[in-house]
Design a binder for this molecule. Structure first.
Ligand code: GYE
Length: 329
């Protein structure tokens, strides 16, 4: 296979001259013709979306002759583990670092270390704060603000006639780009459309099913469900956990309370087909092949856009059944 023999032990030694030539302006890490050594600091394995994303990136790297090796680190949703991984990648003299940052802040120091080592950084999926924009070359991922707007647009239409529109929100990981942006886009859309609403409560469920369920149980015991119109869950897992909590409380998700989820996994669509979810905003994790192209472009010193959005759609109840067989994760 295309993988270099002795990859791992031999890679650091082998790549020294390449990394040295990557220090220049053209950063041509692929100069030896043996393919690129890439380090990927992934968020974790918190959701079906994440697993599909890891699979897509690994498969694309495996199939791509231009990539010699992908060093993959699962950071278990901990920023410290991602920072450690980046420092290890620097020591290993990788050609390109790919980071899916768990949160938006706290990256300056380690990204400056990568910069000093002459290793370009690409953000995959999540973004970081604007102040650190110069410390990465490009981001490939979703437009989370747009996803929030899509969810908000459906809510604004669906509850247009409601004079007392009451919302519960299950936010993603605190401080993460998708949590910040999905929230901002959603409420910005409602405000722009002049919708009168009340945020009854908004808590993080850390993008996991377990935490989504636990938070929903607390919501139910604190507020009941009688006066709640909508649950906006920032991903499928938290929505699916909340559905369990609602059912265990003897209520009907999708009917007694309407539910929006973001991602669009098979399980999410199945819940939609079962009438338990009312609207799905798609978030597409399958950008592995596109990422390999960006990695090669960046390693070759080509100019790339600062942000490349992946394409995604929205689905209402009339589309769930037809779309379910198409879902890949
Ligand atoms: O929506 C969620 C995952 O960053 C877009 O992270 C990603 C989000 C995705 O845990 O399911």
């Amino acid at each position: 296979m295309k993988r270099r023999t002795l990859a791992g032990i031999g890679a650091g030694v082998f790549l020294l001259p390449l990394a040295a030539c990557g220090d220049g302006d053209d950063s041509g890490g692929d100069g030896g013709g043996d393919g690129l050594l890439v380090g990927f600091a992934q968020v974790g394995a918190e959701s079906a979306w994440r697993t599909a994303n890891s699979d897509s990136v690994k498969a694309a790297a495996d199939a791509d002759e231009r990539i010699a090796e992908l060093k993959f680190v699962d950071a278990q949703q901990e920023q410290e583990k991602q920072i450690d991984a980046i420092r290890t990648f620097i020591t290993q003299k990788v050609d390109v670092i790919v980071l899916a940052p768990v949160v938006e802040t706290g990256w300056t120091e380690v990204l400056e270390e990568a910069e000093q080592a002459g290793i370009p950084v690409i953000l995959a999926d999540r973004g970081i704060e604007e102040a650190d924009e110069d410390l990465y070359v490009t981001r490939l991922g979703s437009d989370f603000v747009a996803e929030g707007h899509s969810a908000g647009a459906w809510a604004a239409t669906t509850f247009a006639a409601d004079t007392d529109f009451r919302i519960l929100e299950l936010q993603g990981t605190t401080g993460s780009a998708p949590a910040n942006d999905r929230k901002a886009g959603f409420f910005d859309e409602l405000d722009t459309q002049g919708v009168a609403y009340t945020i009854v409560d908004s808590q993080t469920g850390n993008f996991t099913k377990e935490e989504g369920k636990a938070v929903m149980e607390t919501f139910i015991s604190t507020y009941g469900l009688e006066d709640i119109d909508l649950l906006y869950a920032h991903n499928d897992e938290m929505g699916l956990g909340a559905i369990q909590a609602i059912e265990e409380a003897g209520k009907a998700p999708g009917t007694d309370i309407q539910i929006i989820i973001v991602d669009g996994s098979k399980a999410g669509f199945q819940a939609g087909v079962d009438g338990k979810v009312n609207y799905i905003v798609e978030c597409n994790p399958a950008f592995g092949e596109q990422l390999m192209d960006v990695i090669v472009q960046v390693a070759d010193g080509e100019s790339v856009e600062k942000f490349t959005p992946v394409e995604e759609g929205v689905f209402d109840a009339s589309q769930f059944e037809a779309e379910l067989p198409n879902r890949q994760f």
